[in-house]
Design a protein around this ligand. Structure first.
Ligand code: FAD
Length: 455
């Protein structure tokens, strides 16, 4: 028999649950609805083959740091599904095609998924919806889109106006529990690939990394417990958040938020619990404040669609950009000669992470000092960042380039910033004086060069 695992039996309704950037069972509204509506559910993750390719600048869209983290998250998700009596089907391909084929093979009448907001993901939703019944539900934001006091088309262009409105008029919904049981037909266990089998070379672990990020909801919860309940770092977040070294200065939730192993509502309600049980201060509020920045860029993506990826940004503001590959390479490999920029770029190159302070400085430097096209910088970040998120990345880059929500040219003086945030030069020394090898060679081996076989 070609397809032994048909899931529509005896009039029962079979459906697919398509995991996207919502790799969790808890607080997953689309999954909760799928479990309720389907007698049998087929959980699927499709690694989009286009993300393994190179972009127009020659960078692999998903670099090895994020791929590794994603595979860990999927392994964790698979274990959680097993605990619920279910399994995870893994495929590599184009989601809109793979899902249609799976629906046919397994007799599923609908695909359920969390709604995405970035252009390419929306194109996938459209393409899929022409082939099969689809049910998309919101699940990525802190403030549910139905609870905002404005239509997405009338989103305030300035963050402060957005924040004040939602703080005044919107409530954060309570996170949903995991489904108790997920009934799935007997599925062949599809093993997850290793990065090497996809043509990737994994860079060695760097012991200077701010945190050894481990993918998955379990690790996310451990990080949350550590930051909130064990170390109480949350109660000094406002004072430390501009730090540069180590794990404690900021939450480091971003990689788990980006692939959805952690939901913003789960964090928010834990902050509230912390405020209730331990302490409420400016720092605890500031974590919620930052989560609203994340929401803001999601709403910007919803409102402006493809424009967040275009050169003129949401301002449609055309500027003259340089195209000097050598200059760009110096920036990307941390060899510009500006020690603050270089230290930050080396951290990104060696670990896939960079602080928010660092990101603002290096983006400003690329755009204003070197005058390189901001989209090329954003694409380098997209490839390298372990926490890449389309809306946050392109939203912040547009902002720095003066084509986004703040039309002013916000130029960071990297010398002054270094004096202020790295007064004794400890951060610069950490990344520049203790180099394990040539950064250009490193970038060439793991990210840029042809030595890396791209399938
Ligand atoms: P914390 O300081 O602990 O903040 C808590 C959470 O609030 C973060 O995890 C994040 O979800 C959210 N947050 C904080 N600041 C921002 C912000 N400026 N914009 C959006 N959300 C924010 N963040 C990403 O998650 N993915 C990206 O691809 C990304 N690209 C960026 C590119 C540039 C040029 C800049 C300036 C910022 C970018 N950021 C991005 C935002 C921010 O730098 C990171 O979210 C943050 O550094 C992650 O560390 P953390 O989790 O410890 O943050």
């Amino acid at each position: 028999m070609l397809f032994p695992h048909r899931i529509k039996k005896g009039g029962m309704e079979g459906g697919i649950f398509w995991f996207r950037n919502d790799l969790r069972l808890r607080d997953n509204p689309a999954l909760a609805e799928a479990v309720e509506q389907c007698d049998l559910l087929l959980p699927v993750y499709v690694l989009d083959e286009r993300l393994l390719e190179r972009d127009r600048w020659g960078f692999r869209r998903m670099g090895s740091y994020r791929l590794q983290f994603l595979l860990e998250s999927l392994e964790d998700l698979r274990e959680q599904l097993r605990d619920k009596g279910s399994a995870l089907l893994f495929r590599i391909g184009k989601p809109e095609e793979t899902l249609t084929a799976l629906a046919e093979a397994y007799d599923c009448s609908a695909v359920f998924a969390t709604k995405a907001y970035a252009y390419e993901e929306l194109q996938q939703e459209k393409a899929l919806s022409t082939k099969i019944k689809t049910v998309f539900r919101h699940g990525l934001t802190l403030i549910h889109p139905d609870d905002t006091p404005f239509n997405p088309e009338r989103l305030p262009d300035v963050f402060t106006a957005f924040r004040k409105k939602v703080e005044r008029y919107s409530e954060v919904r309570r996170p949903l529990d995991s489904p108790e049981k997920i009934i799935t037909p007997d599925l062949p266990d599809t093993p997850l690939p290793c990065p090497e089998s996809l043509g990737y070379r994994l860079p060695p672990q760097d012991e200077r990394a701010a945190l050894n990020f481990q993918g998955g909801a379990k690790a996310a919860q451990e990080r949350l417990d550590h930051y909130f309940w064990n170390t109480h770092s949350i109660s000094t977040y406002k004072e430390t958040r501009n730090g540069l070294i180590g794990a404690a200065y900021s939450t480091k939730f971003s990689p788990w938020l980006a692939d959805g192993s952690l939901s913003p509502r789960m964090i928010y309600h834990q902050v509230e619990a912390y405020e209730e049980e331990i302490k409420k201060n400016k720092s605890t509020y500031w974590v919620k404040f930052e989560l609203l920045w994340r929401d803001f860029f999601k709403y910007v993506a919803m409102r402006y669609g493809r424009r967040i990826f275009l050169r003129g940004g949401i301002q449609k503001r055309e500027k003259e950009w340089q195209d000097n590959p050598k200059q760009f390479e110096r920036w990307a490999t941390g060899t510009t000669g500006d020690r603050f920029v270089d230290a930050n770029m080396r951290e990104l190159l060696r670990t896939g992470f960079m602080s928010n302070r660092g990101r603002q400085n290096v983006a400003s430097y690329l755009v204003h000092q070197l005058q390189e096209d901001w989209r090329k910088g954003a694409a380098w970040f997209e490839s390298l960042l372990i926490d890449y998120d389309p809306a946050s990345n392109y939203g912040n880059w547009m902002y720095q380039a003066g084509v986004g929500n703040d039309p002013r040219d916000r130029v960071f003086n990297t010398k002054k910033q270094a004096d202020r945030y790295d007064p004794d030069g400890q951060y610069r020394d950490l990344w520049l004086e203790q180099e394990p090898g040539d950064p250009v060679e490193f970038a060439d081996t793991y990210f840029l060069g042809n030595s890396e076989e791209v399938k």
